[in-house]
Design a protein around this ligand. Structure first.
Ligand code: MSP
Length: 643
């Protein structure tokens, strides 16, 4: 039976600069969606590319003394290299300077001219070149600011062809009403509806004062307005306007999902469906509108000079951890601040500690006891059955979030399961069973392998390369068809795993790493660290650390975190201090209450989730990765200093 199809697109990027983290973000969302749909047994087509015409590119090329074509050509390799580095698995990279695209845009425009949807008039108003947008001035004589980017606009007076956009006002409003799922997130629909209800003017769709564009059919003095040219890429790429490609076009159109940033909603939610209606085509099924990646609450953009280079990030942290971070930490429907400190914490905590360490502990323990082939069981003990039930719940909820494009919630839900697997592994004490109960030892290994296999398959759309590595170390070769979500949903636990020791999956980031990827003195810092590892410390260095014994007088979970416990600790004459410890994986707050422990009390107070932590509790890690409080053997008065 033919598979259901799924067509997903990204906006096409202006060929004026190499990609930055914001451009990667739009593309990454589309890639994750496309891979997710493949796991859901669909045949996907994923389109991305570059927007290469218009005044903005013409002017940028002039500035550096190149022809517009030479200028745009110089960026293409950077896009393709970035997308390859980030495992962006697109089906086609379209360039609007491709002659096939040009002919197909002309075919569409000829059709609209023929049926009377386009007429010749003259445009007298303002234009924002960076946004390539016509701006309405009201009654002002002076150049108005562009409402989108705030920059000054230029006067334009020229003959122009107009598209009868106003004639589509009612049909558009009807479309939004009958297709409430058209724009995600829903809140954006209201903005679009009020814009359309306020009255649509016909759209100027050609320019005579620039020549870098698609020549207007039968009137080459005019070139097609760059936004109309660019929007058409979504249909020209799959064969619109070429009768020999009709079948291919019908296979994919209407697109299932078009991903775009919030700055370009009007073009996609108003002009684009109206043009499609005029061409007797269906609008796309859904537009997914994402927020901006910001640096210190400012949109990341070339003109602000605050762009982060995704290639630098990939070099420093690897592509998959960056992919995970962007999907986990920035909810699609809001703006999100990027910082390398945050990225590093996320890699260390979620990827290295929670996931990588689980795999590593399991494989190393099995290896230590010579267990490499892990066969499934016919009958499972209750804790393993509970874990299997938990995996099914996780799959269902993850799937529902992924289908609603709530990637951050999907990942948070999956991490809840990862922590359940960690807790299972820890509570079952496989290092003891390895010596005393080989059958139980194998069961624990098998249940953990099955869980890890599910985790890796669900995470594959987000971290394709790393998850393939993980599966490889379980002896499972990943196959996007066989490893479908359906197979996981139906999955009884019956697989045999062949464990292989592999290099560490995710490397922890040392805390001292700086908050900037391109800080110049980094190599020097690294060398000093390496050197200090070798040398001894002086007694003064030991004395600097004020270590005290204290009793935990209150302990509570921190609701915003699944790791932290907040404690009040009594240090006798020194008074009481508030101290946080990230040990919820192993302890309920009640377990710590009334216990003595050892604390560093002269650590600089630091904020954790908005509250101050005034010290650090010391723990020692056992073979299974559990942390144990470090205590004096006998009871000693609170506040006693360790010497
Ligand atoms: N060429 C037009 C799109 C034409 S589509 C028919 C364009 N290009 S762009 O290069 O300026 O932007 C492309 C996409 O990148 C948009 O979705 C935009 O929102 C996104 N981003 C650009 N900067 C961004 C951030 N700082 N953060 C997130 N996405 C951002 O518009």
């Amino acid at each position: 039976m033919a598979k259901e199809t799924f067509y997903v697109t990204t906006p096409i990027y202006y060929g004026t600069a190499k990609p930055h983290l914001g451009s990667l973000y739009s593309t990454l969302i589309a890639d994750v969606v496309s891979r997710w749909q493949q796991l859901s047994n669909k045949q996907t087509y994923f389109l991305t590319g570059t927007d290469e015409h218009g005044q903005k590119i013409m002017q940028a090329a002039q500035k550096v003394g190149k022809t517009p074509q030479e200028f745009v050509d110089s960026f293409i390799a950077a896009y393709q290299e970035a997308w390859n580095t980030y495992h962006i698995d697109y089906s086609q990279f379209i360039r609007t300077t491709d002659p096939r695209h040009i002919q197909r845009v002309q075919a569409l425009i000829s059709k609209l001219i023929k049926q009377g949807d386009i007429y010749k008039g003259s445009y007298d108003g303002w234009y924002c070149t960076p946004c390539e947008t016509y701006v309405t001035a009201g009654s002002a004589q002076d150049a108005p600011e562009c409402p989108s980017c705030g920059r000054e606009t230029q006067k334009v007076s020229e003959e122009s062809y107009f598209f009868k956009l106003s004639a589509y006002q009612d049909r558009l409003l009807e479309w939004y009403k009958t297709h409430p799922e058209f724009i995600v997130p829903k809140e954006r629909t209201n903005e679009v509806i009020s814009f359309v209800e306020s009255g649509l003017k016909d759209l100027s769709m050609s320019r005579t004062t620039i020549s870098w564009g698609v020549p207007f059919p039968n009137d080459p003095e005019h070139v097609v307005y760059v936004w109309v040219d660019a929007l058409c890429n979504y249909i020209t790429a799959i064969g619109y306007g070429d009768p020999s490609e009709n079948k291919e076009f019908e296979k994919w159109w209407p697109a299932n999902l078009q991903v775009l940033g919030k700055d370009i909603v009007r073009f996609h939610a108003v002009y684009w469906p109206a043009l499609l209606m005029a061409a007797d085509l269906q609008p796309p099924k859904q537009l997914l509108v994402h927020g901006w990646i910001q640096i210190n609450k400012q949109k990341m953009s070339k003109s602000r000079g605050n762009v982060v280079d995704p290639m630098e990030l990939a070099k420093e942290y690897g592509a998959d951890p960056v992919r995970y971070y962007l999907m986990r930490k920035i909810p699609v429907n809001t703006d999100g601040d990027f910082s390398t400190g945050d990225l590093e914490r996320c890699i260390t905590s979620d990827l290295a500690n929670d996931l990588g360490n689980l795999l590593h502990r399991m494989v190393s323990l099995a290896d230590r006891y010579g267990r490499h082939t892990i066969a499934p069981l016919a009958v499972w003990a209750q804790p393993a059955l509970d874990l299997r039930d938990a995996s099914w719940d996780a799959i269902e909820e993850y799937k529902s979030h992924m289908e609603s494009h709530e990637f951050h919630l999907a990942l948070a839900r999956l991490w809840k399961f990862i922590n359940q697997v960690n807790a299972y592994f820890h509570e079952q004490e496989p290092w003891k069973a390895a010596k005393s109960d080989p059958a139980k030892f194998l069961e624990i290994l098998s249940a953990t392998c099955h869980s890890l296999r599910i985790i890796a398959s669900l995470l594959w759309p987000v971290m394709p390369e790393k998850m393939q590595e993980l599966l490889e170390s379980l002896g499972h070769s990943f196959d996007r068809e066989k490893d479908s979500i359906e197979s996981l949903e139906l999955g009884t636990w019956h697989q045999t795993f062949l464990l292989k020791k592999m290099p560490t999956l995710f490397v922890k980031i040392e805390e001292s790493k700086v908050d900037s990827v391109d800080k110049a003195d980094k190599p020097a810092e690294k060398e000093i660290k390496e050197e200090s590892k070798e040398s001894y410390i002086k007694i003064d260095d030991v004395i600097k650390v004020d270590l005290r014994v204290g009793t935990i007088t209150s302990a509570e979970s921190v609701p915003e975190s699944d790791k932290l416990i907040k404690m009040q600790v009594d240090f006798g004459d020194l008074g009481s201090k508030q101290i946080f410890a990230g040990v919820r994986k192993w302890y309920h707050p009640e377990d710590l209450l009334g216990k003595q422990g050892t604390f560093v009390v002269n650590l600089k107070p630091r904020k954790m989730l908005g509250q101050v932590s005034e010290g650090m509790m010391l723990f020692a890690e056992d073979e299974a990765g559990k942390l144990h409080p470090v205590n004096p053997e006998g009871l000693v008065p609170n506040g006693v200093r360790l010497r």
